[in-house]
Design a protein around this ligand. Structure first.
Ligand SMILES: NC(=O)c1ccc[n+]([C@@H]2O[C@H](COP(=O)([O-])OP(=O)(O)OC[C@H]3O[C@@H](n4cnc5c(N)ncnc54)[C@H](OP(=O)(O)O)[C@@H]3O)[C@@H](O)[C@H]2O)c1
Length: 298
C-alpha cells in the first residue's frame, strides 16, 4: 500500500525522530538495514516501488567519521552509491527526495559561516562520500531537497550530548566515592552548530510544506566549540563537572575535523522558512524534555 513518507535509516538517531514527527499527520513507513541494504540497487528499486511513497526522507548513511577514513570503499558504496540508488528509485515512482548532508563537505578553513554558494572541499572520506551523494541526487532528480545539517544529537542512538552526560556523571560518582577526579578534556578549536534531531524534523516539515527544491543549509543559529557545547550541557543540568579545554592536536583523530564548519542558513532565510532555533535554547529544551530518562538509563 502506498505511504506518504518513507524514512530510510529509521533506527538511527535522526530517522527515529523523523518517523515520530511525521507520523502525527502522515502515513509513514520506516526502513533500515534489516529491511534492505541501500547499496543493493535492485532491492532498493523494488522496495521503493512497493512502498510507493510521495516523499523519501533519506537518513540512512555510514556515519562513523573515523571508521569511514579507513574504509573508503564502504563509505562511497553507502553514502554515494546508496544515495544514487535511492534517487533512481524516487525518479521511478515520482517521489520527492530529501537527502541529509553534512557541514563536513567544507574544509573549515574559511574563518566564517559557509553559505550554500561557498566552495566545497571535504577533507575526510566521510565528507567526500556525502558530497558525492549530494551530486548523485542532483544528477538524477529535479525535485529534490538537500539539507546540510551538523553536530546532531537526539534522544536515540549515540551522540555527543549523551556521551558527555555519561562521562560527567561518572566523574561526579568518582568524586562522591573519594576517588581521583580526572577532568574531561574537550577540544576548543573546532567550531560548528549543534542541532537537535527534532529541530531538523520540524525544519524538514517546513521545507516540504513550502514546496522548496534545491540545496539548503539547515543548522541551529549560533556557533560554539565542542568545549563550549560541553559547558552548556553541564550548565543546563546544573552539575559541577570539571572540564578542561584542549586543542585538536592534543586529541588527534583518524579523520581530521574541520576547524570551523559553521553554516549559515542563507537560502532558508531568503525563502522565509528558516525555523531553526538558537543552539543553546534548543539544547536546554532537549535536556528539559529528555535528561531524566537519559540519566536513568546510564
Ligand atoms: N550524526 C551527525 O552528527 C550528522 C551530522 C551531519 C549530517 N548527518 C547526516 O544525517 C543523517 C542521519 O544521521 P544519524 O546520525 O541519524 O545516523 P545514524 O544514527 O548512524 O543512522 C543511520 C542509519 O542508517 C543505517 N544504515 C547504514 N548503512 C546502511 C545501508 N547500507 N543500508 C541501509 N541502511 C543503512 C544505519 O544502520 P546501522 O546502525 O545498523 O549501521 C543506521 O540505522 C545521515 O545522512 C548523516 O550523514 C549526521
Amino acid at each position: 500500500m502506498a505511504c506518504d513518507i518513507l524514512v530510510t535509516g529509521c533506527r538511527g538517531q535522526l530517522g527515529r525522530d523523523l518517523v515520530a514527527s511525521f507520523s502525527a499527520d502522515h502515513s509513514v513507513r520506516g526502513v533500515d538495514l534489516e529491511e534492505f541494504d541501500i547499496r543493493d540497487r535492485a532491492r532498493t528499486l523494488e522496495a521503493i516501488r512497493k512502498a510507493d511513497p510521495g516523499t523519501v526522507l533519506h537518513a540512512a548513511a555510514y556515519t562513523d567519521v573515523d571508521g569511514c577514513e579507513g574504509n573508503r570503499e564502504l563509505a562511497m558504496a553507502v553514502n554515494a552509491d546508496g544515495a544514487e540508488n535511492m534517487a533512481l528509485a524516487c525518479r521511478k515512482v515520482g517521489a520527492r527526495m530529501v537527502y541529509y548532508s553534512t557541514d563536513y563537505v567544507f574544509d573549515g578553513k574559511a574563518g566564517g559561516a559557509y553559505t550554500e554558494d561557498d566552495q566545497t572541499d571535504p577533507q575526510t572520506v566521510y565528507g567526500q562520500s556525502k558530497l558525492a551523494g549530494e551530486q548523485a541526487v542532483q544528477n538524477v532528480l529535479d525535485d529534490y531537497v538537500i539539507l546540510r545539517i551538523a553536530w546532531l544529537y537526539g534522544r536515540h542512538g549515540r551522540n555527543f550530548v549523551k556521551t558527555m552526560i555519561k562521562l560527567g556523571f561518572q566523574q561526579l560518582r568518582n568524586r562522591q566515592q573519594g576517588r581521583k577526579v580526572t577532568p574531561l578534556k574537550v577540544v576548543d578549536d573546532q567550531f560548528g552548530n549543534p542541532c537537535w534531531t527534532m529541530d531538523i524534523a520540524r525544519q524538514t516539515r517546513a521545507v516540504l510544506s513550502g514546496q522548496l527544491t534545491g540545496l539548503f543549509h539547515a543548522t541551529s543559529d549560533g556557533e560554539t566549540s565542542w568545549y563550549g557545547f560541553t559547558q552548556a550541557i553541564f550548565e543546563a543540568l546544573d552539575i559541577d563537572v570539571v572540564v578542561k579545554s584542549c586543542t585538536s592536536d592534543e586529541s588527534p583523530r583518524p579523520a581530521p575535523r574541520p576547524k570551523r564548519s559553521t553554516l549559515s542558513n542563507q537560502r532558508l532565510n531568503e525563502a522565509g522558512l528558516n525555523i531553526m532555533p538558537d543552539w543553546r535554547s534548543s539544547l536546554e529544551s532537549f535536556l528539559r524534555e529528555h535528561s531524566k530518562e537519559i540519566i536513568r538509563e546510564l
